[in-house]
Design a protein around this ligand. Structure first.
Ligand code: GRF
Length: 217
């Protein structure tokens, strides 16, 4: 089977992008990074992608009059690179429903909370204010509403009494880097397919689509 061609879309530091690129380098990984698209010309992730010798394209949203025109440019780039799957990784633009529908069940996103809780920005501040004992991260298929869609994998991270938004952010990011490649692997292998609103996981190494930290013995 040919490996899935993946586009990673970023706007910032690109640490999840880097985790995906590194995972795709492994010989037995079922996907390859065909293209990195950045909505910001100065995104730090662009440099990392170039160093990794991945083709990059800046599609600067400020240069387009409408969101449709911006998305047409993205679509053209995806088509030219013969992309099968998209991974949004800190991509900070809202996408029109028409774009999302076109990539239905072929576009993944990562969010730094246990969705459907704490959608949107400033997640870790709100997690602390709410006093929840666990937070985490989620990789999901993208639907038009922000941070929503069938969940592929989650990691739960326990909150310590002295945690700050920054320390939670660091702990969660570490797990983001574990679960995003795993989600991509499961999708590319056809082991994680949408059924209604859920994503049953077929047999394989990661059977449950869940990681808990600290592990429950
Ligand atoms: C991550 O926390 C991700 O969950 C969120 O934006 C952040 C991007 O970080 N969507 P990076 O650019 O991958 O380092």
């Amino acid at each position: 089977m040919r490996s899935a061609r993946v586009a990673i879309m970023i706007s910032g530091q690109g640490s999840n992008m880097e985790a995906l690129i590194n995972a795709c380098r492994a010989k037995d990984f079922p996907a390859e990074v065909a293209l990195v698209i950045s909505s910001r010309p100065k995104a730090k992730g662009l440099e990392l992608a170039k160093k990794a010798k991945i083709p990059t394209k800046v599609i600067d949203h400020t240069k387009f009059e409408t969101r449709d025109a911006f998305e047409d440019a993205i679509q053209d780039a995806l088509k030219a690179a013969e992309v099968d799957l998209i991974c949004l990784a800190g991509f900070m633009r809202v996408l029109n429903p028409s774009f999302v529908h076109r990539w239905r069940d072929r576009m993944l996103n990562i969010h730094p909370s246990l969705l459907p809780a704490f959608k949107g920005l400033h997640t870790h501040e709100r997690v602390l204010e709410a006093g929840v004992r666990f937070t985490g991260c989620t990789v999901h298929f993208v639907r038009p509403e922000m941070d929503s869609g069938p969940i592929i994998i989650q990691a739960a991270v326990a909150i310590a009494p002295d945690d700050t938004p920054e320390t939670i952010g660091e702990k969660v990011l570490e797990f983001e880097h574990l679960i995003y490649p795993e989600a991509l692997r499961m999708v590319a292998e056809g082991r994680a397919r949408v059924s209604g609103n859920i994503v049953p996981i077929k047999d394989g190494q990661q059977k449950t689509g869940a990681i808990i930290n600290p592990p429950v013995s």
